[in-house]
Design a protein around this ligand. Sequence first.
Ligand SMILES: Nc1nc2c(ncn2[C@@H]2O[C@H](COP(=O)(O)OP(=O)(O)OP(=O)(O)O)[C@@H](O)[C@H]2O)c(=O)[nH]1
Ligand SMILES: [Mg+2]
Ligand SMILES: [Zn+2]
Length: 301
Amino acid sequence: MQRRKEKIIKIKTSGQIIKGVGGVYTVVTQEGNTVKCYPRGKLKANGELFIGDIVDIVLDKEGIIESVRPRKTQLVRPFVSNMDCIVIVLAPLPKPDMMLVDKLIIGAIENGIAPLICVNKADMQGADKVVEDVVNDYKDEADILVISTQTNQGINELLEKIKCKYVCLAGQSAVGKSSLINCILGEKKQSVGDLSKKGDRGKNTTRHIEIITLDDGTKIADTCGFNKLELPLFEPSRLSGYYTDFDIYADKCKFRGCNHYKESDCAVKKAVEEGKIAKSRYERYVTLFAHIENRWNKRYD
Ligand SMILES: Nc1nc2c(ncn2[C@@H]2O[C@H](COP(=O)(O)OP(=O)(O)OP(=O)(O)O)[C@@H](O)[C@H]2O)c(=O)[nH]1
Ligand SMILES: [Mg+2]
Ligand SMILES: [Zn+2]
């Protein structure tokens, strides 16, 4: 008896990568199915896939990622693409790193998206001071929310703001990004770290980025915390373009293309002296400018 050869039907579809561990990507297809996928060889050669990528896949015995659709937005740290908004999370503990916040805002502006700052752990001692500092430095740059995953303060307000969007959390390790996901879901889905030792900077509990979808369609990417962030190299004169809070003064600087750095008759510096621009933010701008200039000058070394 002749056995009929079974025909394997390949199904083409597309979907979004919601997780990637060790070269295996979890894709939610447009039909709503969750499938494990492997990238085609040429994709691996062309660089890594981002969590959030919209990909075309072929479902054979296993899912194969054939190609990546152009990315609407993308960040290298965290390694996420296509998000509508970056939610920068900080807290009284670990000690906030405002330079990191500045750099994350630069990333948001580069992608043409609005940053949202969440000061978490509002229940902790010292939270008021952190809120005061954040408002002082970023009130003209970002929406600011004060939240606590322990008391639920501000959580509904946050959910309202991000409703039906796809956002990625970003920030230092142990500020409470995964705790926020658990708080929103009402279950312990994500592992949460311990921040018990004094001076502890957190232990990088979350090792893999994962996009979590809420019942109303809102998507939140839980990401890996980091304590250092190096910006991609660019010409130092471009830096002030990312400081939109400087814009209304920059027109009045004496020199066109003023970097608000060592130049005289600088309206931005004057605004700082008059308290119209936060001194702390400007001082970090100067530090960052010098750093980028140094890297730029050594770019061929
Ligand atoms: N007091 C207080 N502690 C909180 C709050 N939210 C989170 N924590 C604590 O902060 C610590 C770190 O929380 P995680 O959620 O693991 O922090 P994370 O930002 O995800 O850290 P990484 O995954 O390492 O980037 C844990 O001990 C949490 O219990 C809060 O609102 N108030
Ligand atoms: Mg985490
Ligand atoms: Zn100037």
